[in-house]
Design a protein around this ligand. Sequence first.
Ligand code: ADP
Ligand code: X2W
Length: 288
Amino acid sequence: MKIREDMNRDNAAIARTLNEALPYLRRYDDAIVVIKLGGHAMGSDEGMASFARDVVLMRTVGINPVVVHGGGPMINQLLERLGVKSEFVRGKRVTDAETMSVVEMVLAGEVNKRIVQAINSAGGRAVGLTGKDTDMIVCTQTDPELGFVGTPSEIDPRLLESLLRDEMIPVLAPIGTGENDETFNINGDTCAGAIAGALKADRLLLLTDVAGVKDASGEVVTALSAKTVRELTEQGVIAGGMIPKTETALEALEAGVRAVVILDGRVPNAVLLELFTSHGAGSLIRKE
Ligand SMILES: Nc1ncnc2c1ncn2[C@@H]1O[C@H](COP(=O)(O)OP(=O)(O)O)[C@@H](O)[C@H]1O
Ligand SMILES: CC(=O)N[C@@H](CCC(=O)OP(=O)(O)O)C(=O)O
C-alpha cells in the first residue's frame, strides 16, 4: 500500500513537471541555445554525464544546443606540472608562446574530447571544434600586456549552422586564429558570447560554480538589467572571474542575444531547470 502511495505521488510530480515544461518546450522549439561550460563546473564524471544527458535531451526536443567550454583549472594543472608560472590580469591569463601551446593542448585535446565523448555516450552526435576550423573565429590581440590573448573580431558561423541543420551538437574550444596565422587564447566566456552573438542565439547560458550574480549582501539576484550589472561592477560587487562573464553578457545582448543566464553548473540538471521551469535558475540578464 505504502509503495502504491509513493508511486502515485511520484507520478503526480512527474505529470506536474511535464505540464510545466510544455509551454517552454513550445517556446524553445528550434531555438539556438549556447551553453558555456566553465572548468569549475566540469568536476566529476557523474556531473559531466548528467550535463551531457541534458544537452542530448535539449537536442531531442528540437532545441539547437551549442557547447562552448573553458578549462582554466585543467590548464593550471598542466602548467604547474611543467613548472610554468601563470598569472591572470582582469580575469584573463597572460599567455606567452609556451603557455599558448599548453592551453591549446589541454583545451582542444583532453577537455574538448571529454565533453564530446560524454555527449556521444549519452546518445547525441557531438563534433569537437576550435575557432581555427574554417577560420571560424578570427581574433585581434586583446592587449599587448596579455600576449596571445585574443578578442574575436570576425566570426563565421556557417560551419556551426550546417552542423545544427544536421542535428549535430558542436563542442567548441575557445581558441582562435589571427590575421597572421597566430594562435590566440580566448577567455571561454568571451568566446561563448561572441558565438552566441554571431548565431543570434535565443539564450546564452554561462555555467559556473556559484548560484548566480550576487549583490553586496551576498544574495543571488535572479533578474538583472544591463544597468544594474554596470552599477554592481562600478561598486566592485561584481569582481574577479565574474567580470568577463557579465561583460560578455552585456556584449551578447548588444549583439542580439535575447537573454543571458549565469547559473551554477554543479547543480544536477541545471540547464533543464533553467529552460523548462517557471522559476528558472541563476541570474537572468536582459537589456532593459
Ligand atoms: N558579484 C559576484 N557574484 C558571484 N560571483 C562573483 C561575484 N564577484 C566575483 N565572483 C567570483 O566569480 C567566480 C566565477 O568566475 P570563475 O571562477 O572565473 O568561473 P568559471 O571557471 O566557471 O568560468 C565565483 O566563483 C566568485 O568567486
Ligand atoms: C584568455 C584566458 O584567460 N583564457 C582561458 C581559457 C579557458 C577558460 O576560459 O576556462 P574557464 O572557463 O574554465 O575559466 C585560460 O587560459 O584559462
